[in-house]
Design a protein around this ligand. Structure first.
Ligand code: ADP
Ligand code: MG
Length: 164
């Protein structure tokens, strides 16, 4: 397998996490899929809330752990927020995830590594982990774009000094 290029973003605090979402949002278009992986408490839901805010979702966005998928209305597109931690293969088949991935909205998938084979080929994969510098609010985001346009987004954000 060819190694994908990855990009880094270091957040020193929750506001920096919000900034990353705000920097990505202008690139969004119908069918955008972003996957979020990282331990409990890494910031997957915090980042999802920031994305929701960035696209003008006015409802409160909570962790969809028990509902698996929540749908919201944004200003320009719907927002589909998934947490597949408790999703079984049968349930996944019933939910018809492709309807979301290839739909009109922006989809964020928490714990996506549990359903890798069900994900669309083109997506922006984001892994979040705590930094090891003793800052409790420090988070390292590793962005791995799969396919275009995600590669272009990351390259542009790197040129603009947002990503490393
Ligand atoms: P997950 O969905 O990955 O389990 P959450 O987003 O629910 O994690 O929780 C992340 C927690 O970490 C929240 O309480 C949030 O306030 C806190 N936090 C501290 N610093 C950051 C940061 N830089 N980015 C995101 N969340 C942060
Ligand atoms: Mg969560």
């Amino acid at each position: 397998m060819v190694e994908s290029t990855s990009y880094l973003y270091k957040a020193e605090n929750p506001e920096h996490t919000v900034s990353l979402a705000a920097r990505l949002a202008p690139y969004f278009r119908p069918g955008t899929v972003i996957t979020l992986d990282g331990d409990l408490g890494a910031g997957k839901t915090a980042f999802s809330k920031a994305v929701a805010r960035a696209i003008g979702v006015s409802d409160v966005v909570n962790s969809p752990t028990f509902t698996i998928i929540k749908e919201y209305e944004g200003e320009r597109f719907p927002f589909y927020h998934m947490d597949v931690y408790r999703l079984s293969q049968d349930e996944a088949d019933e939910l018809g995830l492709d309807e979301y991935f290839f739909g009109e909205g922006i989809t964020l998938v928490e714990w996506s590594s549990l359903i890798t084979e069900l994900l669309p080929e083109d997506r922006l994969a984001i892994a979040i982990r705590h930094t090891e510098d003793g800052n409790p609010e420090g988070r390292m985001f590793t962005l791995t774009p799969h396919g275009n346009p995600y590669k272009e987004w990351c390259e542009q954000l790197k040129e603009n000094g947002i990503l490393q």
